[in-house]
Design a protein around this ligand. Structure first.
Ligand code: ADE
Ligand code: ZN
Length: 329
């Protein structure tokens, strides 16, 4: 079996995926029409042309605009169901997804509509083809901590569905310290914590996510290589870093895949794994991310196995399930 075949067939998990980032342009158009929502594009071609981002901020503007077509519970269900089918296609057996409730509640959509649509679709996928899942609610870091506390109150009501809380959106200028109290309360209420850090922002944001927010994983984390002591700590603690190669190119964190630092991270024995982030916007789901980064960095089959096994290890599957899947890899 060649390496591409291996990547496609091997069971995998995904740990960094924003469900709103799976909204494909044709689905966006369908929902805009159904819900009578204006979107500033004439056709799918125009949407795709707009996906030419210069940085994280320029992407987020379009991403939040696109999310406005999601109105009803069935819209969140259909969005999530479409992603679940992609998981099946890519042989993803376990996924831990993010959702951004403030993107929706701030335009008058009930929290219940959002969480119920997402949860019901994942439950159906679990029943029909065994996809296991966790749901992580992200706070938008460009908004206030007060707004985050309001979301946490909703999450407490839905503790049976929401496993953890994360931090995403515009990184630079919105440091982890802004949310220290919110994360402390989230932990007290029984949520595990995660944070995007070191995507565009400095290594200090990774330090602060660990020290102030007590995170279980760092999302992205690619800027850690600028800080030798941080790298030593991440290695020692086996802190997972959920790297997203195609995202990093689309948002110009690196100029091209050949310049991506994933291989360097692997060689330093950092606990890295590959994810798709916002696949509808960045040009590919998990298999495509793995196939393209393998080719660009000439990763060996052992590198690929390490990435996939790391991902199982860093997941919140039971130890028994982790072992079962890892033995299959
Ligand atoms: N929200 C969706 N994708 C994101 C990313 N790559 N970084 C920060 N926030 C996000
Ligand atoms: Zn992300």
């Amino acid at each position: 079996m060649n390496i591409v075949e291996f990547i496609k067939k091997v069971p995998k998990t995904e740990l960094h995926l924003h469900i709103e980032g799976t909204l494909e342009p044709d689905h966006m158009f369908k929902l805009a029409k159904k819900n009578n929502i204006f979107i500033p594009f004439k056709n799918i071609k125009e949407v795709k042309e707009a996906y030419n981002f210069s940085n994280l901020e320029s992407f987020l503007k379009i991403y939040y605009e696109g999310s406005k077509v999601l109105i009803k519970e069935e819209d969140f269900f259909d969005l999530t169901w479409a992603y679940a089918l992609k998981c099946k296609e890519d042989n993803i057996v376990h996924t831990e997804i993010f959702f951004d409730p403030q993107t929706h509640t701030n335009r008058g959509i009930n929290f219940e509509i959002v969480i119920n649509g997402i949860y019901k679709a994942l439950q159906k996928a679990n029943k029909e083809f065994g996809l296991s899942f966790k749901i992580i609610m992200c706070f938008l870091r460009h908004l206030s901590e007060k707004s985050g506390f309001e979301m946490l109150d909703h999450a407490i009501v839905h503790k049976d569905k929401i496993f953890g809380v994360g931090l995403d959106s515009s990184e630079i200028g919105n440091p982890p310290s802004k949310f220290q109290k919110l994360f402390k309360k989230s932990i007290e209420k029984g949520f595990l914590t995660f944070a995007h850090a070191g995507e565009e922002g400095p290594p200090e944001y990774i330090w602060d996510s660990i020290n102030l927010l007590n995170v279980k994983r760092i999302d992205h984390g690619v800027q850690c290589l600028h800080d030798k002591i941080l790298v030593e700590k991440l290695c020692k603690d086996k802190t997972p870093l959920t790297v997203c190669p195609l995202s990093n190119i689309k948002l110009r964190v690196f100029n091209k895949l050949k310049e991506h630092n994933l291989k360097k991270m692997l060689d330093k024995k950092l606990m890295v794994m590959v994810n798709s982030d916002d696949p509808a916007y960045f040009g590919g789901y998990l298999n495509k991310n793995l196939i393209e980064i393998q080719s660009a960095l000439n990763l060996s089959i052992d590198d690929i196995k390490t990435l996939i096994i790391n991902s199982f290890k860093a997941s919140f599957l039971t130890e028994e399930k982790k072992m079962e899947w890892i033995s299959k890899v």
